[in-house]
Write a protein that binds this ligand. Structure first.
Ligand code: BGC
Length: 354
């Protein structure tokens, strides 16, 4: 019985997640009396179409199912997408609080503007787990019931830089033999911690490892494949085969760069070396197919599990007992390097690929 209820909840949640542009709330949700035998988790995403977060939430749903099948309290998840609008997200948080959510998982639209959400939650006494879009520490310290689940952006940039150096050395990346690598940086959103830190550290790491770099240009493509393809087409028009390397802040944008090379009929041997970050389903496939030299695994399954475990513990006991938190607040999962040599392990192990 419990499992059926859970399925209905998940089904409702997935419908909400899939329907285009309609993230106005849990209209179909019928509030029931909160009892100790039920818990309700509210989740809001900055953008319901983000590929990485879509995979993370798929894993989160699996975690809910798995826990529910062990018995215990009935778990309801109220899921919202904020369509990249902070005011909409603030309203969603209010609605989740009115719907009696026991804990909130918030993927901020604007990571510099969490105060309104924190104020609502604090006055209602409902803990908040921020995830993926990291607020500054000062904001996380505003209240003792605020947490963050994510990864260390610095590590991902460093690993991408190291992969790029391996690629250049093993694949004769300095195609024009001028002693430096002409490269393009495809960046995520301006102001996102992962975009800023990855861009800086991947290039810095390459220089530390003795590679001379010559930046031809950068394009902000907001984590988005189509935007990256447009930017890359412009770079190809401008620089043609001078581009030796593309460092993309995520796999989606690396896939955009690959698509541009294909649409301009650049033969594989003449294409730049392209690297991403995330290890999404399509990113892993591009590595396996040899179109992307490598990527850096951003552990969506691990982050989903960590967020679910913390949310469950907070909702059922009001404590963080048994959960390892750095400084009482942070959970960060490690990144891992992926190339063609180990990509199959990630494809096999990837819950989001199921
Ligand atoms: C991921 C991106 C994603 C972004 C959303 C980053 O950590 O690498 O793929 O679009 O988070 O905030």
């Amino acid at each position: 019985m419990k499992k059926t209820l859970c399925c209905e909840n998940i089904h409702r949640m997935l419908c909400l997640f899939a329907a285009a542009g309609m993230m106005t709330g849990c209209a179909a949700y019928t509030p029931v009396d909160k009892t100790p035998s039920k818990i309700r988790i509210g989740v809001t995403l900055y953008d319901e179409y983000d590929t990485f977060l879509g995979e993370l939430m798929q894993c989160f749903n699996q975690d809910v199912f798995a826990k529910q099948s062990e018995g215990g309290p009935e778990i309801t998840v109220n899921m919202y997408g904020a369509s990249r609008n902070q005011a909409i997200q603030n309203d969603q948080v209010k609605e989740m609080i009115n719907n009696d959510c026991d804990v909130l998982c918030v993927n901020l639209v604007d990571r510099t503007a969490p105060t309104e959400i924190i104020d609502f939650a604090r006055s209602a006494g409902i803990p908040v787990i921020f995830f993926n879009r990291e607020l500054v520490e000062e904001d996380l310290l505003q209240w003792d019931q605020l947490y963050y689940v994510g990864a260390d952006a610095f590590q991902s940039g460093t690993m991408q830089g190291e992969l790029a150096v391996d690629a250049i050395r093993s694949q004769n990346g300095d195609k024009n033999g001028d002693g430096s690598i002409q490269y393009i940086m495809l960046e995520g959103e301006a102001g996102h911690q992962d975009a800023i830190v990855r861009s800086e550290n991947s290039a810095n790491r390459m220089v530390e490892l003795g590679v001379k770099l010559d930046k031809l240009g950068y394009g902000i493509a907001n984590w988005n494949q189509a935007q990256a393809e447009t930017k890359m087409n412009q770079f190809i028009d401008q620089y043609g085969s001078d581009i030796e390397l593309v460092l993309a802040n995520n796999d989606e944008m690396a896939l955009g760069a690959i698509a541009a090379c294909k649409s301009q009929n650049i033969p594989e041997k003449d294409r730049p070396i392209i690297l991403g970050i995330d290890g999404t389903k399509t990113g892993l496939q591009a590595v396996k197919d040899g179109e992307m030299y490598g990527t850096v695994f951003n552990d969506s399954a691990g982050q989903a599990q960590a967020m679910f475990d913390l949310a469950y513990q907070l909702a059922t006991t009001g404590t963080t007992d048994g959960i390892t938190l750095k400084d009482g607040k942070y959970i960060r999962l490690d990144y891992q390097k992926i190339t063609r040599d180990n990509v199959d392990d990630f494809i096999k192990g990837s819950r989001s690929a199921q």
